[in-house]
Design a protein around this ligand. Structure first.
Ligand code: C5P
Length: 283
């Protein structure tokens, strides 16, 4: 049995540069990862099965379920499994369990992280090195964020977000994720971008680049879910916050803190509003 963490992804900055003819947007984004998130467990089985457990399982599970049904037929996890088996010519069956700890449709790469963890787990079960380029090909075919989630390393993402260059810095920084419980559609948020290129990321160390950067999806996401502005204002005002921003297409926002105590105090204030939080560190 292989247990593979599927850590939350955050975008320290996310610059949308222009719309592309393929319907995607050209991005410049700083990817970083939390030390906590979902978890994928894979074991060899007589027949394929896919189970979802954890606090956000219900959000992904349609009712009513038949015994033995795969819970969500088009989940990114089962799509990753099918693509892996096809490309590597493997005939085995798997029991895959997803512990869904992260809110869905929330800008922290949950589904992408789960698909990437599935690919890593299946590769490890089959003794395929994680550096095999076919894994990143599958990742890119499943979604723009999945190559970044496959490596799980801090990186500059360009193109659709899937051309990656590793970056260093900020490992161990106290990190708080806050989600106000509103799911927003990534496609709808991108569609609401105003088309204005506000420029490239500056040079410098990672924190300086992140602080000078922006998330260009924050205005369109906030139009769809105005509570994002309330979360951002609270995180901005939190004592010890070094940087606060929305991640991805939202609605999850994050803040980096100078101490774990400051992060934990901000988490208590966020929970008092009824918001979901994850108090963690940057990987
Ligand atoms: O690739 P993925 O399925 O994760 O993307 C979800 C949606 O987000 C796309 O259908 C597209 O509308 C939008 N998107 C985009 N430009 C990107 C990444 C995502 O427009 N670079």
């Amino acid at each position: 049995m292989i247990v593979e963490p599927a850590p939350a992804k955050i975008n320290l900055a996310l610059h949308v540069r222009h719309r592309r003819p393929d319907g995607y947007h050209e991005l410049e984004t700083l990817f970083a990862f939390a030390t906590g998130g979902d978890e994928i467990t894979v074991e060899i089985a007589d027949a394929d099965a896919f189970d979802i457990t954890g606090p956000f399982a219900a959000a992904l599970t349609p009712a009513p379920l038949q015994d033995g049904d795969e819970v969500v037929s088009d989940n990114l996890v089962t799509r990753a499994r099918n693509a892996f088996r096809e490309l590597f010519g493997i005939t085995g069956n798997y029991l895959i369990t997803l512990a869904k700890n992260l809110p869905i449709a929330s800008g922290i790469g949950g589904g992408s992280a789960d698909a990437a963890a599935t690919l890593r787990a299946l590769a490890r079960l089959s003794n395929i090195p994680l550096t095999d380029p076919r894994l990143s090909d599958i990742a890119a075919s499943l979604g723009a964020d999945i190559p970044a989630c496959l490596t799980g390393r801090t990186a500059l993402g360009t193109g659709r977000g899937d051309d990656l260059a590793d970056l260093t810095g900020l490992a161990g920084t106290p990190l708080l994720l806050v989600n106000p419980g509103v799911a927003v559609s990534t496609a709808a948020v991108f569609a609401g971008w105003d088309g204005i290129d506000r420029g490239a990321l500056p040079a410098g160390d990672l924190l300086a680049r992140a602080r000078a950067g922006r998330n260009d999806l924050e205005p369109p996401a906030t139009r769809l879910a105005p509570v994002i502005a309330t979360v951002r204002a609270q995180l901005d005002a939190a004592p010890g916050a070094v940087l606060s921003r929305m991640s991805g297409s939202g609605a999850t926002c994050f803040a980096l803190f100078d101490t774990a105590n400051a992060r934990d105090a901000a988490a208590i204030d966020a929970e008092a509003q009824g918001w979901w939080t994850l108090a963690t560190t940057l990987a």
